[in-house]
Design a binder for this molecule. Structure first.
Ligand SMILES: Nc1nc2c(ncn2[C@@H]2O[C@H](COP(=O)(O)OP(=O)(O)OP(=O)(O)O)[C@@H](O)[C@H]2O)c(=O)[nH]1
Length: 509
């Protein structure tokens, strides 16, 4: 039990510490997650705006070119210079192409593409020719085998006739303007950005191999391709927990997702918490030792008092309790109360012991007391004399004066026996009106004299109402009368019987 209390005390000190530590960790963890989500959302939003700005600016550059090109659609050299200028000066496109209203390539930069003089029927070109207006195409696989987005502006003659289009391609799997825009500057950590189109195609990813993949079962992609901009904690298609912010590029419906693995985000916090724990642990251990020592010190007097309480019926326990060092008020009070209680208990016990051995009517020892006294005398080999005393014709006293008066006579005789006996003598009432008196160390003669003195005293005493009564006594001695104690008492009885038979009011021995 003591160990349990000690353990509980230590726990009650340790639990709040652990609780505070853990609660602190949880709060900081949530804060870190929230901040990261917010940061990534803000970053995705900013990138969406920048991407939109870039696309708008690319469209403007092409629109400007389209105006310049309209009067020179048959001038091969002019067209060649313009596509080179557009590609090299703006650096917005990986390639630039001018087509006529049938998709026939009039000029291209770089020429290494080898599509000049060919009629293109790729998805981007078909979309451009159908639209006869500004177009940012859906990503598609080009004739030259590049996964591209084609951005174009129509070319109209002054008469309003549609002449064709000038367009720039962005190669999604190669270095391009999106790389510069999206991949160059983000946190120097494991954060990264990727872009999906409306159909959940990855059109930009730091890992080139992912470009062109269609991603399902990704919360951020599902939401952003549905036109929603926000932030979310999610598990990506690779099964990694991510903290993601996502935003829609208004002009194209593309979705930009900026994200960071949750584990990487929380790693510094975990390291910090470990370090805090490591540094505070010695202090906590010292604190626990102090608490343990204090608890032991406080519990010590209580434990000693509790040990004492188990043996309260033993007289020596009082000394044990007295010696307990009760150094604080409560234990002092408990010690005082226990000592007081023990005094009472001891008094009650000795009173009970006395009652058990005492004849209630006369206050003399009873038969139990007599037997204990005989056993003690025998054990110590102390010689003793026995006087058996009996009131003569006591029945008549009862009959004539009533039982209460008889009792009064018995009490009176008990008092007279006390009067004539010594302090060390043992007077007992062993039956109705039979008394026995043990006289330790007394020779037979002294006992006979004492019995005679008693007899004379009783005879000479006038009792109210009853008048005079007499007694008869038989005397014997151990070991003079017999070695056997039982025989000595029988001898005293025999002598008493002889005294009665001899006419009563006499002593025989
Ligand atoms: N008042 C009273 N009477 C008692 C008590 N115990 C026994 N007696 C009575 O004591 C009487 C004893 O009488 P007996 O033993 O017959 O003899 P006795 O009348 O004393 O006559 P002897 O002994 O032959 O002289 C009985 O009447 C008992 O009822 C007691 O506690 N109180």
């Amino acid at each position: 039990m003591r160990r349990l209390i000690l353990a509980l005390t230590l726990c009650s000190a340790l639990v709040p510490f652990a609780n505070t530590f853990y609660a602190g960790y949880l709060v900081q963890r949530q804060q870190l997650i929230d901040n990261t989500l917010e940061g990534h959302y803000a970053y995705a939003t900013k990138l969406a705006r920048s991407t939109d700005d870039f696309l708008q600016s690319a469209l403007q550059q092409l629109a400007y070119s389209a105006k310049l090109l309209a009067p020179h659609m048959r001038d091969e050299r002019y067209l060649g210079r313009e596509v080179d200028r557009l590609r090299l000066q703006t650096q917005s496109f990986n390639s630039v192409t001018i087509i006529d209203d049938t998709g026939y390539v009039l000029a291209t930069s770089p020429e290494t593409l080898q599509i000049k003089g060919k009629t293109l029927q790729s998805a981007g070109v078909v979309e451009t020719l159908m639209a006869k207006g500004p177009v940012i195409s859906q990503p598609y696989m080009s004739v030259a085998g590049n996964f591209i987005v084609f951005i174009s502006q129509p070319i109209f003659a002054a008469s309003g006739k549609y002449l064709g289009a000038v367009g720039g391609s962005i190669y999604l799997k190669r270095d391009n303007m999106l790389d510069t825009l999206l991949g160059s500057h983000f946190y120097q950590d494991s954060s990264y950005v990727y872009v999906v189109d409306k159909n959940k195609h990855i059109i930009y990813h730091p890992d080139d191999k992912r470009v062109g993949d269609v991603v399902h079962n990704n919360l951020a992609i599902d939401r952003v391709s549905a036109g929603e901009s926000s932030r979310a904690s999610l598990t990506n298609s690779q099964g990694v927990e991510m903290l993601a912010g996502y935003a829609v590029v208004p002009s194209t419906g593309w979705g930009i997702v900026a994200q960071r693995p949750k584990l990487a985000t929380l790693a510094p916090l975990n390291a910090l918490m470990s370090s805090v724990l490591y540094k505070t642990l010695p202090l906590v251990l010292i604190m626990l030792v102090v608490i343990w020592w204090s608890a032991r010190h406080i519990a010590s007097p209580l434990r000693q008092l509790a040990d004492g309480a188990r043996d309260m019926d033993r007289p020596e326990t009082a000394q044990t309790i007295r010696s307990v060092k009760s150094w604080y008020f409560e234990s002092q009070e408990m010690k005082k109360a226990m000592l007081k209680g023990m005094g009472l208990l001891q008094r009650n016990i000795s009173k009970l012991r006395e009652d058990v051995n005492t004849d209630p009517l006369t206050g003399l020892g009873n038969r139990r007391h007599l037997e204990a006294a005989i056993a003690a005398l025998q054990a110590q080999q102390t010689p003793f004399a026995v006087v058996a005393i009996d009131i003569d014709h006591f029945k008549q006293i009862n009959d004539r004066f009533g039982h209460d008066t008889g009792d009064a006579v018995l009490k009176q005789l008990a008092q007279q026996i006390r009067t004539v006996s010594r302090a060390e003598d043992i007077p007992c009432r062993v039956g109705g009106e039979e008394f026995l008196l043990l006289l330790p160390q007394a020779p037979l003669l002294s006992a006979l004299q004492m019995a005679e003195r008693l007899r004379a005293l009783v005879e000479s005493t006038e009792l109210p109402e009853v008048g005079r009564v007499t007694i008869s006594s038989g005397v014997a001695h151990w070991p003079d009368s017999d070695d056997e104690i039982r025989a000595v008492f029988q001898q005293a009885d025999a002598m008493l019987y002889a005294a009665k038979h001899g006419g009563r009011n006499r002593v025989a021995g």
